[in-house]
Structures are given as C-alpha cells and as structure tokens.
Design a protein around this ligand. Structure first.
Ligand code: SAH
Length: 216
C-alpha cells in the first residue's frame, strides 16, 4: 500500500480510538511520518507504535501524540512549547495546527537532524533550542516568556516549576509523570488561583533526562 493510503488508514484508526478533533486528524493526514523515521523502519511508518530513532530515543506512538494534542485543545492562534524534539514528527503536527512552535531537545544531533527535515518540509513557524527542557524556553529566539500550551514528550518525575512559570493563565500543559516504562499522562490547567491537574490514562515515554540538578 502506498504511504498516502497508509496515512489515511492511520487517521481512521485514530478516529476509532476516539480522536475526534478535526484539526488533529487533519494534521495526521498531512504529515508524512516516513520522513521522520530511520530508513530501516520506513516500512513500519504507519503502524500505530513508537519506533527507534538515533541516540536510543523513539518517535512517539501516533495515538499517544493524538491524545495529547486533542487534550491540549490547540487553537490556530496558539504559541506552543514542546520539550523533546526527537525526530521532529510531533513538531510538524503541531506546526500544522498552531501559529508557532518552540521546541527544545537536549541532544544536538537529534535537534540538527529534525531542523533539517522540518526545513526541507517547508515549515517556517518552528523554532529550535538545544538544551535541557526542564528550564523551558531560555536564551532562545523568539524571546517568549509564556506559552499558551506546553507539551512534554518524555517522562518526568514531577512537574518542572520552570515550565509552570512559562504557561499563560488559562494555558494547558501535557506531561507524562512516573517511573521508567510506565507513566500517567497529566494535564495541568493554569488558573488565576493556581493549577488544576487531571490524570488522563497510562502511557510509556523515554525518560526526561535531568542534565542539571539545579534546574526544574
Ligand atoms: N515527539 C518526539 C519524541 C521524541 S522522544 C518524536 O515524536 O519524535 C523524547 C525526546 O526527548 C528525545 O529525543 C530525548 O532526547 C528528549 N529529551 C529527554 N530529556 C530531555 C530534556 N531534559 N530536555 C530536552 N529534551 C529531552
């Protein structure tokens, strides 16, 4: 089956799994996942599962990304902070939906590779930072202080304070929290008085590595 047809089949699978957001489904119908996976896994691009990328990391499972994007209730006017650029696949999906994506990756080689793929794909609303995502968007262009939505695509021990600080009031943060191998997806809503947190099911992400114990 051609990749285009496999892509539409995946979109149907996402619908059957409960994804109803037209913006999210449209983004999955547009972004060619085969461009973000290693050549040896290309034939599995549209299987609904994570796949290995370089540096022992993974490109996230499509359904997990879809659930997170749907729960974030993204708007076309949103500016979004993504922690864990990885392959850049989720950055591309976000860039299809929102105004601007700022993405942080601690591994330089992965970030540079994602920058190349995303530039070749013609995205001009994605900005990159190489560093520890616990500190969010620091010393980076454009100089945003706050984001409408924040998505963390690696498993954290707890919710990093610096990320909460960089969320607008009324904004949402999606973050998997828990031990290696199994986490619970948390959705944090920042309110005038503080935060409300809801748990949104189990998930399994690679760990959010802490490079500097003073951060977070
Ligand atoms: N959404 C990406 C997921 C990549 S996996 C995709 O679909 O391809 C998670 C990524 O988070 C990995 O690339 C890993 O290197 C990165 N990561 C782990 N800890 C990090 C940290 N503290 N700061 C920034 N990135 C981190």
């Amino acid at each position: 089956m051609r990749f285009e047809d496999q892509r539409l089949k995946l979109v149907n699978e996402l619908k059957l799994e409960g994804i109803t957001s037209p913006a999210v489904l449209d983004a999955f119908a547009k972004v060619p996942r085969e461009n973000f996976v290693l050549p040896e896994y290309r034939e599995y691009s549209y299987q609904n599962r994570p796949l290995p990328i370089k540096e022992g990391q993974t490109i996230s499972q499509p359904l997990m990304i879809a659930i997170m994007l749907q729960l974030l209730e993204l708007k076309s006017s949103d500016t979004v902070l993504e922690i864990g650029t990885g392959s850049g696949y989720q950055s591309a999906l976000l860039a299809e939906i929102v105004k601007e994506v700022c993405t942080v990756e601690r591994l330089e080689s992965l970030s540079l590779n994602a920058q190349k793929v995303l530039r070749n794909a013609g995205y001009n609303n994605i900005y990159f930072r190489i560093g520890d995502g616990h500190s969010g968007w620091q010393k980076a262009y454009p100089p945003h202080k706050e984001f409408d939505k924040i998505i963390v695509s690696a498993a954290a021990q707890d919710i990093p304070n610096r990320l909460l600080e960089q969320l607008v009031i009324g904004g949402k943060l999606a973050i998997p929290i828990g031990r290696a191998g199994f986490q619970i997806l948390h959705i944090v809503n920042k309110t005038e008085d503080g935060y409300t947190i809801t748990q949104a099911g189990g998930c399994s992400f690679v760990p959010l590595v802490c490079d500097n114990n003073n951060l977070g």
